[in-house]
Ligand binder design. Structure first.
Ligand code: SF4
Length: 123
């Protein structure tokens, strides 16, 4: 197989280093442009098993607000992202909601929990 070069933006921190990734058949052989070792780890994962943290909102019943912001406590496989978001659109949680309360455990078998990133008091 032929060596290929691709550019990626590292999303592991706000610096957003531009990575130059050389790979053969999807196997990473070198990473340049990373400001720290996390960039190389990110590039290798992007080529083998890309993952993303889920960030969205969930409906709240009987709360002072109708929605609470949530996120996954670890990244989920990128190919499951759409299914997780679809699933979370149907979830309703009763107020009160506490900061970092687990809203959905092990969402769709990904091993990640969906947690609240804010509080919602009862109406
Ligand atoms: S390579 Fe390191 S410094 Fe650069 S964006 Fe990624 S985590 Fe941040």
């Amino acid at each position: 197989m032929k060596e290929q070069t691709d550019k990626l933006i590292c999303i592991m921190c706000p610096l957003g280093c531009e990575l130059t990734v050389k790979h053969i058949g999807g196997k990473v052989i070198s990473v340049q442009g990373n400001g720290c070792p996390l960039g190389e780890k990110f590039a290798k994962e992007e080529f083998s098993n890309p993952k993303r943290v889920v960030i969205t909102t969930v409906q709240v019943k009987n709360g002072k607000r109708r929605l609470v912001p949530v996120r996954s406590d670890k990244p989920v496989p990128k190919e499951k992202l759409f299914d997780v978001l679809k699933h979370l659109r149907k979830v309703q949680i009763s107020a009160p909601v506490k900061f970092h309360q687990v809203i959905v455990e092990n969402v769709l078998g990904t091993g990640a929990n969906i947690i609240a990133t804010d509080e919602v008091a009862e109406e």
